[in-house]
Ligand binder design. Structure first.
Ligand code: EPZ
Length: 421
């Protein structure tokens, strides 16, 4: 298993281009199943989860053509299998996103239950309850969701919790349903909106985008000739590199970004003492060589502070000036990075879903282990500022969500390299 070794102590500086959003690319590739015409999707990030999604679609009979600019043409004209097998779903929970489109267009789906993961049980009950309400027949047997529907029927859905992939699955189910569907308490994450814009570009009729109440008027079919759709920039990758600069007291400029999707994160970086300058598609962060100040964080659905940035800010609070309190309200077990940071000398007390971080002047490099995508990124950030070497193991988690992380950090001055297994 590959490892990353980081020697801390360098202030990051330089410029960086940000890739397309993983959490928009995954639902949009799944949504291509709805299209009667081949569709080309651009700005796809070069990530393991994208490879997994291409395997998932390919084994259904979808024809995928990828070019050197990471544009993917998706042609669903010869689908002959409507299944998402456990072997693929166990490596990527987001495979559940094929359920909605398969049901909507082909009236059948057999999708492995995603199961839990390190950060929580992650049920899909809200997805299934809503599809049942839309007239699907669903049987959960042998670890698989067996679903079928002659034609889904539009109805009013009030989601009991804000769920990102739940909203996305139901959006994709509703676009070809008979009649109108209203989704209340819908997720407002920018990736959900990007999916809605993609569906509308294919001919869907979705209104209320970004409002939390989505209204979808079902149509007979979807697909536009020669459609090209560019994925929005990854706000979590953007935030992660901005924290990398803040934690090392450096100065960086990130380009090809969408600043308006990061308001809550930029507010907290400013509170931590960063000087933030924003352009149309770029953000510059300058710490002027100063140690970050501790900040209090409470994660919640968009537009509040994103749970996917919580681990990164825990790392920053670990070396910040003062005490920062971080409360995780979205997932029940998303502090696994804490015990690894404690081994590096961090002073963090866990009390239920809250981490009380008393900033230390320094951390000491150590061998640490990644447990999930964002926790692994946070350990790299801690290694950037720790004295000595930090060896991050199980970095396949990182490769799922960060495209060439060591190259991007090294080009900004970090001492980091990958040790192949
Ligand atoms: C998406 O996961 C993201 N993944 C996650 O990013 C992100 O952390 C999460 O949204 C929250 O923003 C993708 O978009 C592929 P949820 P998702 O359904 O959709 C509960 C990363 O780092 N819930 O919004 O699975 C659930 O247990 C990943 O890129 C139910 O109870 O998250 C959680 O407590 C990690 N029943 C809360 O809702 C359901 O049917 C929010 O989960 C669905 C969800």
């Amino acid at each position: 298993m590959d490892k990353l070794i980081i020697t801390g102590g360098t202030q990051l500086s330089g410029e960086l281009r940000i890739a397309g959003a993983k959490n928009a690319a995954l639902p949009i590739l799944a949504a291509a199943l709805l299209s009667e015409e081949p569709v080309t999707i651009g700005n796809i990030p070069h990530l393991h989860d994208i490879t997994t999604t291409m395997q998932l679609l390919g084994q259904m009979g979808v024809r995928l053509t990828i070019d050197e600019k990471m544009n993917i043409e998706v042609d669903c004209c010869e689908i002959n299998k409507f299944e998402a097998p456990y072997e693929l779903v166990k490596t990527m929970r987001a495979s559940i996103l094929v359920l909605g489109p398969l049901l909507a267009r082909y009236g059948q789906a057999c999708v492995s239950l995603p199961g839990g993961c390190a950060i929580g049980t992650r049920p899909v009950d809200i997805h299934l309850d809503a599809l049942l309400k839309m007239g699907a027949e669903i049987k959960v047997e042998g670890g698989y969701i067996h679903a079928k529907a002659s034609r889904l029927k539009g109805c009013k859905l009030v989601l009991e919790k804000v769920t990102v992939t739940g909203t996305e699955n139901l959006l994709m189910a509703a676009v070809l349903a008979e009649g109108t569907t209203i989704i209340e308490n819908a997720a407002k994450e920018p990736e959900v909106s990007d999916l809605a814009h993609f569906l509308n570009a294919m001919g869907a009729k979705i209104t209320g985008i970004d409002t939390g109440v989505l209204v979808i008027e079902g149509v007979e079919k979807l697909g536009k000739k020669d459609l090209y759709y560019k994925i929005l920039p990854d706000r979590i990758e953007t935030g992660t590199y901005l924290v990398a600069a803040a934690i090392t007291r450096g100065k960086i400029k990130v380009k090809d970004v969408r600043p308006a999707t990061l308001d809550a994160v930029l507010d907290k970086l400013t509170e931590a003492g960063a000087e933030i300058t924003i352009g149309e598609d770029w953000i510059e962060l300058d710490m002027h060589g100063r140690r970050p100040k501790a900040v209090n964080i409470r994660t919640a659905p968009y537009p509040a502070f994103p749970t996917d940035m919580q681990a990164q800010f825990t790392a920053m609070n670990a070396v910040a000036d003062g005490v920062g309190v971080i409360t995780e309200t979205v997932f029940e077990n998303r502090f696994m990075h804490v015990q690894e940071m404690q081994r590096m000398g961090a002073n963090i007390q866990l009390e239920s879903n809250t981490a009380i971080c008393t900033g230390q002047k320094k951390l000491t490099g150590a061998p640490v282990m990644a447990t999930d995508l964002r926790a692994s990124a946070s350990l790299v950030l801690a290694g950037l500022v720790a004295e000595g070497d930090t060896l991050v193991d199980r970095i396949y988690h990182i490769d799922r969500g960060y495209d060439h992380i060591e190259e991007k950090l090294a080009q900004m001055g970090a001492t980091i390299r990958r040790i192949p297994r």
